[in-house]
Design a protein around this ligand. Structure first.
Ligand code: AKB
Length: 320
């Protein structure tokens, strides 16, 4: 049985569906502190800080693998530093200790481009580089990477990780991240509303479209053990763009769309991250290759959000 923590989140909801498609509904248990909108497969309420409950669920469902996605993102982390540290670190420790004590053989625990900081090379950021993150979230992810490597080497648990760029998706919304603007902007554009961006027009950040992020996760998790040379977390690259560039890409399809800029505290977080990523290790070790560029992603996002909005309106008209 595979356990997913944070299964209701941006990545969790899409990944849970993918895992169920691969392994079957009966083999994937979704857990979260919030109930999913549509309850399709097995679900248990689980606060990742509740170690006793985590152990109970693992034993009850005979869990052998964990996809540990429950975490607080960068912007919320700056507003609630202690809380973010507690969820991101104690939550991770509960999972790692459970793996050690209850014979979990494999774990996926994502990291982020937030591990980079002002001293990190900004272009084509190498795999092995200076990690002096400035955000609480970034500090917690840098610690996660080292703890994952430690538990892999010391306790022989097969733990794998990716440094996710900002993830863009139509199926699920992010929450509390610095790269969330790149999802919000599509929702406004498709609804015919103007968008006020909380980052400067020229803030270039690494991003990835959800189908690529999910495929990267599955390719990493299915790669032979002997190919995995990075036990902290793999650099992962797809596309990089600025708010102005994504605005232009959307405007080509929705000509009336307007953007304005009002940078807030999230600008400092974004400025401390890097602009583009060197993912040679992911390419060489498990054959990573991204598929979506900014144009493909923009078309797909707009098409899917339009369908979603139409379905919502149809349901409202039918009163369902
Ligand atoms: C965030 O913005 O906090 C996340 C991330 C880059 O990890 N999307």
């Amino acid at each position: 049985m595979i356990l997913v923590t944070g299964a209701n989140g941006q990545i969790g909801s899409v990944l849970t569906k993918t895992l169920r498609g691969i392994y079957g509904d009966a083999q994937v248990l979704a857990t979260d502190i919030r109930k999913p909108e549509t309850l399709e497969g097995s679900f248990e309420f689980l606060d990742i800080l509740d170690k006793k409950r985590l152990y109970e669920v693992i034993s009850q469902y005979k869990v052998t693998q964990i996809y540990h996605l429950a975490a607080i993102l960068s912007a919320t982390g700056e507003l609630r530093p202690k809380f973010a540290w507690q969820i991101n670190m104690d939550g991770l420790f509960n999972v790692l200790e459970a793996a050690k004590e209850l014979n979990i053989s494999k774990i996926f625990a994502p990291s982020s481009i937030a591990v980079f900081g002002n001293e990190t090379p900004r272009q084509n950021t190498p795999q092995h580089t200076i990690l002096h993150p400035t955000s609480v979230y970034g500090i917690s992810k840098a610690a996660l990477e080292n703890w994952c490597q430690y538990y892999t080497k010391k306790y022989n648990i097969d733990i794998r990780s990716l440094r996710f760029p900002g993830i863009i998706s139509h199926q699920s919304d992010p929450g509390g991240g610095t790269t969330d603007y790149a999802v919000d902007i599509f929702h406004y554009a498709v609804k015919g509303q103007d968008y006020e961006c909380f980052l400067r027009a020229d803030t270039r950040l690494p991003m990835i479209y959800m189908p690529d992020a999910i495929r990267a996760t599955m390719e990493l998790m299915h790669a032979p053990q002997e190919n995995i040379s990075i036990r902290t977390s793999y650099n992962l690259a797809s596309m990089s763009f600025t708010p102005e560039e994504i605005y232009s890409a959307i405007q080509k399809n929705i000509p009336d769309f307007k953007i304005s800029y009002k940078p807030d505290f999230r600008q400092a977080i974004a400025d401390s991250w890097t602009e583009s990523i060197d993912d040679t290790f992911a390419k060489n070790d498990w054959g990573w290759k991204s598929e979506f560029n900014i144009e493909d992603m923009t078309l797909d996002m707009i098409e899917n959000l339009k369908k979603k909005n139409k379905l919502k309106v149809d349901h409202e008209e039918l009163g369902v």
